[in-house]
Write a protein that binds this ligand. Sequence first.
Ligand code: NAI
Length: 466
Amino acid sequence: MTTQVKKICCLGAGYVGGPTCAVIAYKCPHIQVTIVDLNETRINAWNSDNLPIYEPGLDKVVFDRRGKNLFFTTEVEKAINEADLIFVSVNTPTKKAGMGAGYAADLAYIESATRQIAEVARSSKIVVEKSTVPCRTAESMRTILEANSHDDIRFDILSNPEFLAEGTAINDLMHPDRVLIGGLQTPEGYKAQQALAEIYEQWVPKDKIITTNLWSSELSKLAANALLAQRISSINALSAICEATGADIDEVAYACGCDSRIGPRFLKASVGFGGSCFQKDILNLVYLSEQLNLPEVAAYWKQVVDLNEYQKKRFVSRIIKTLFNTITNKRIAVLGFAFKKDTGDTRESAAITLCKDFIQENARVNIYDPKVSEQQIFYDLSEPGVTYDIKDLVKKRVTVVQSAYEASANADAIVVATEWDEFKELDFERIYKSMNKPAFIFDGRLILDAEKLKSIGFRVHTIGRA
Ligand code: NAI
């Protein structure tokens, strides 16, 4: 079957827009895909050998299609005009000021992208909301599009939230658990849903393509992230009980996960979840619940985020207590800075909170991450502190190094903040010799062999173990 859509434009060349549309170009060589962004540096990087985001398998997909049916450009108007279908994949961060600050999603980027489509378009378009947005955002987008549309031009709006996880994005996109397409329950709405479904049908089995109404689709994305984060906070809450009782969180997680009603995934205890989505989307759900006058529902979901903050603070306080109640001028090697392995993304990474706390306690912090640049680390640790004092403090206290060995030399403690596979393979005998004694390891990701480390001489502290 041939699709009606011949040209696609994607607004936003970020972690979602880039990989998602690159995979569409890869799987649909007959469709021309143009990814645009206002950020010229980002577009230049997409057009270079050094892509702006690290994602296993992404290079192969991009290099295979770039210049053939996949293009990256800042020529937004041209791309909008040529396209039959437009994905809106712009950022929707938590609002920093004004009404709903700290909770609601900032929809300014969505609105300005929508206005731009309305102003520029000279032919009918299917506009697809790919960004994660609060329930009923599509309604606002439709109102803006319709109010600004010219004669004989119609806009059909769809919601097609993205469920990829960073670090496994390409595999998730190639083999999605499901593709969700929400549309208006009108003949035109069904037709637009069908046009988008036909694109995915090029590689996704039909029974995995779910069509729903617009509002179910928008809410399902928030709900899925809330449920996933809730599992992490649940296992992390149990990890605190384990530490106090002598139970072992990995054993508890395994025993619970064997129950087919529960299942094993997302039951790994850790120093806390991070990433650009979980916290933002739950806070968004909390705000939505409050707006709907459902305070008990809001409080329920808010607790998932509160527990996550508690878990990070609890880990820091365990480290300080173990290091004889002071870390002033002690050297701490932080292994990993990305919010999870196989990505260079640091948004909301637990490592940021840990390092900021160590700096406040006057420790010296050596940081090593295989994929995060020194510039990004200094940026994250200096924000939102804008003052030069904080920037100076970070510069004085933090050293970004090129290996775990360099990080650990003369350190008093190692803190594993990200679960990079390479940390499991380190030569810990060598590391032990280079550290101050007693040498401590705090495993915030439960990836190290504690017994082996103890036999070398380390004092090992693992989340979820006494
Ligand atoms: P991002 O910040 O990496 O990328 C967004 C891009 O949009 C930026 O490069 C920005 O310059 C660009 N942009 C903003 N306004 C624009 C406009 N008017 N025209 C053209 N470009 C514009 O954000 P990311 O991570 O890709 O997220 C995008 C959306 O997808 C968010 O709503 C997020 O919640 C959602 N999402 C993110 C996932 C992730 O793993 N990062 C997973 C699933 C959904």
